[in-house]
Design a protein around this ligand. Structure first.
Ligand SMILES: NC(=O)c1ccc[n+]([C@@H]2O[C@H](COP(=O)([O-])OP(=O)(O)OC[C@H]3O[C@@H](n4cnc5c(N)ncnc54)[C@H](O)[C@@H]3O)[C@@H](O)[C@H]2O)c1
Length: 249
């Protein structure tokens, strides 16, 4: 049981990769908190795991602070933070506007900063902790129809490295995963929003993988659990592609 006695916070844990990660960490002994803008979904998944689900909107620092305080009261201070909450609007850049830039950067990049800012000081003080940020292959290779999202996810990779450098002396590690196309509501939002074009964008990503298939949320959860655990005790500042070989650097 790699997470026995540990408290883990998974943002965006009501669905997809976050829900699979929450289940995996709980199965390995963690007390799991799920913070999601979808409060009902967070409570539902947490209920399965004897964990704690609450409203946490990563774009609202007040909501983040309140959720982190409530989690501390209910489950103890956060030892493992998985910054997983994310979203996309899928649009070619020429068709986007400032509101879309702020929204997509707000959730996918600023949201990671906000939650880390609320949790990291405690980890540093206690001289223990592990953070895993959910980036994306989009942040490495760029994704058509997801330019702002790609920018945000590349930002998450840079942020991960900087936090790893700043926190090593406090025995806090920080890593990232870069998933490829994973079967979740987010991936399937492109076909739903854009119809045939969205289907082509999704299929284009699948075709870029050397395994020629999409991945399952549990396959990403396993990589997140590894990086979060002591099995990765000498690993920090890294971004692990979980993408069927979509990119290899
Ligand atoms: N599915 C993929 O193909 C894929 C690929 C690469 C990276 N990712 C990343 O994986 C992560 C999880 O995505 P998923 O595919 O499981 O999608 P998903 O839509 O199934 O889950 C995303 C979760 O984030 C929550 N969320 C959205 N905005 C939020 C906010 N402001 N505050 C708190 N929670 C919020 C949603 O309510 C939802 O529960 C995201 O960061 C996403 O960018 C996904």
């Amino acid at each position: 049981m790699r997470f026995e006695g540990r408290t883990a916070l998974v943002t965006g844990g009501a669905s997809g990769i976050g829900a699979a990660t929450a289940r995996r960490l709980a199965a390995e002994g963690a007390r799991v908190a799920i913070g999601d803008v979808n409060e009902e979904g967070a409570r539902a998944v947490a209920g399965e795991l004897d964990g704690f689900g609450c409203k946490l909107d990563v774009t609202d620092t007040g909501s983040v602070r309140a959720a982190v305080a409530a989690i501390g009261d209910r489950l103890g201070e956060v030892d493992v933070l998985v910054n997983n909450a994310g979203t996309d609007l899928f649009s070619y850049f020429v068709n986007t506007d400032e509101g879309m830039w702020d929204f997509v950067l707000g959730v996918n990049l600023r949201g990671v900063l906000a939650v880390t800012h609320a949790v990291l000081p405690g980890m540093q003080e206690r001289r223990a902790g592990s953070i895993v940020n959910v980036s994306s292959e989009a942040g490495r290779v760029g994704s058509q129809g997801s330019s702002i999202y790609s920018a945000a996810k590349a930002g998450v990779i840079g942020f991960t490295k900087a936090i790893a450098r700043e926190s090593a002396r406090y025995r806090v590690r920080c890593n990232a995963v870069a998933p490829g196309p994973i079967e979740t509501p987010l991936l399937n939002a492109a076909p739903e929003l854009l119809g045939e074009l969205g289907e082509r964008l999704k299929q284009g990503m699948v075709n870029q993988t050397v395994m020629r298939r999409s991945g399952e949320p549990e396959e990403v959860a396993a990589a997140i659990a590894f990086l979060a655990s002591e099995d990765a005790s000498y690993v920090t500042g890294q971004t692990l592609n979980v993408s069927g070989g979509l990119s290899m650097w």
